[in-house]
Design a protein around this ligand. Structure first.
Ligand code: ADP
Ligand code: MG
Length: 402
């Protein structure tokens, strides 16, 4: 993989695709981790004397401008972190962007407005995406892929632009690929995967391939409920997508044949609703009251998970074990985080909320082997799936760039 170190940057107009998709609360950035993660590449390029054009997306605007999703707060925060203002163009490939890029001096930066204000960015139509990518690529002579969290998307700024310009990986993508590569191919065993969280539909498919690579899969959070239901347990009012239960049963069979252990919670913390002050209690998984929901794994499960984690050589963790945002339901997530930091294993944490959880619970990122900035992208990568953004980096550059 070619990186920034392989190219001359001085005076070149460099289009950087960054992942600046930070969580916002009423226009305020609640976690600037992704902005910080993009700094090494941006500072390297500016010190090389490049003219840096940053493009990124924020949230899910519906293919047209929507000020709620403006990158304005991100440009301000990036400016604070870099120690100088970052100008934000009012559009992506329009007159404002053209003027701002034309005015760039060596070592200067400009940020384009949210890529997803353009429908073509995420279009499934190659021609529509390609036309947009032509316009994104036009003012640049080099492309730097640094938005790891978006690499699994076949989007114009991730995939098509990389086919049109000479392209290299940024330092974040380089670091992510180096760390996650230790979870594919030659893995130090036992290799243990901890899955949790609430985006069950998005992540469920990953289990099939993880059964063939991992030695043990520990499942908590809402991911556990289809499996508990498949084993005949009643999960009360817990978050459960009933359509997943048959698949969970099939995974249990597949795992048994493969000799991979799927480890489920034996106890859970239940409550009538999802609030901090609600009365809660620990029950065995065969005793979840019909009118209660499970909001965390119980202490017995947490201890069992922790013991397995401590005995592993490689651990990948995606998804909180419970509703860690509310302190009565944070115990399972805290126990797993603690076990990862205690373990001698090479540990990787992925997932936006999982990252938020370790921060909220006071575990410094440096206590883990690697904290990925990409949830979906890291899950795709460790399954061995080709990421469109990486595929495009390796592909020869087309006519627009040669
Ligand atoms: P990530 O962003 O790390 O990939 P997800 O987005 O899949 O993780 O899930 C994170 C969310 O899962 C958290 O907001 C947490 O409150 C929620 N969660 C975890 N366990 C449960 C549960 N038992 N019931 C409901 N929500 C849960
Ligand atoms: Mg999430």
């Amino acid at each position: 993989m070619k990186t920034i170190d392989d190219v001359a940057g001085a005076g070149r107009r460099v289009l950087v695709r960054a992942d600046l998709n930070v969580p916002l609360d009423g226009g305020r950035i609640t976690d600037d981790g992704r902005i910080r993660a993009s700094l090494p590449t941006l500072t390297a390029l500016t010190s090389l004397g490049a003219k840096v054009i940053i493009c990124a997306h924020l949230g899910r605007p519906k293919g047209k401008p929507d000020l709620k999703y403006s990158l304005a707060p991100v440009a301000v925060r990036l400016g604070e972190l870099l120690g100088r203002p970052v100008q934000l163009a009012a559009d992506t490939v329009g007159p404002s962007a053209h003027a701002a890029i034309a005015a760039l001096r060596p070592g200067g930066l400009v940020m384009l407005e949210n890529l997803r204000f353009n429908r073509a960015e995420t279009s499934a139509d190659d021609t529509e995406r390609g036309y947009f990518a032509d316009r994104l690529a036009a003012p640049a002579d080099l492309y730097v892929a640094d938005g790891f969290g978006a690499l699994h998307r076949k989007h114009a700024s991730v995939y098509d632009v990389a086919l049109r310009l000479p392209s290299v990986a940024g330092y974040l993508v380089q670091a992510e690929v180096a760390a996650l590569s230790r979870l594919t191919g030659d893995i130090r065993r036992p290799y243990l995967v901890v899955l949790g969280g609430a985006k069950v539909t998005d992540k469920f498919g990953a289990i099939a391939s993880l059964i063939s690579t991992a030695d043990q899969i520990l499942i908590g959070g809402a991911m556990a409920f289809p499996f508990l239901a498949a084993q005949g347990y009643k999960v009360g009012t817990s978050l459960l997508d009933a359509s997943q239960v048959d698949l969970a049963a099939a995974y249990l069979d597949q795992a048994a044949r493969a000799g991979t252990e799927i480890v489920l919670p034996s106890d859970v913390v239940v409550a009538a609703g999802r609030t901090a002050d609600v009365p809660h209690e620990v029950v065995a998984v065969n005793a979840i009251p019909l009118d209660q929901m499970a909001l965390d794994i119980g202490p017995e499960s947490a201890a069992a998970f922790a013991a397995r984690i401590r005995a592993a050589q490689t651990v990948f963790w995606n998804g909180p074990m419970g509703v860690f945002e509310l302190s009565p339901f944070a115990g399972g997530t805290r126990a797993v985080a603690q076990a990862l930091t205690d373990s001698d294993a090479f540990t990787v944490v992925g997932g936006g909320d999982t990252d938020a959880a370790i921060n909220a619970l006071g575990f410094p990122g440096t206590k883990f082997g690697y904290v990925s900035t990409g949830g979906g992208a890291s899950l795709e990568f460790i399954q061995g799936h080709p990421l469109p953004g990486l595929v495009a980096l390796e592909a020869p550059t087309g006519p627009a760039g040669s």
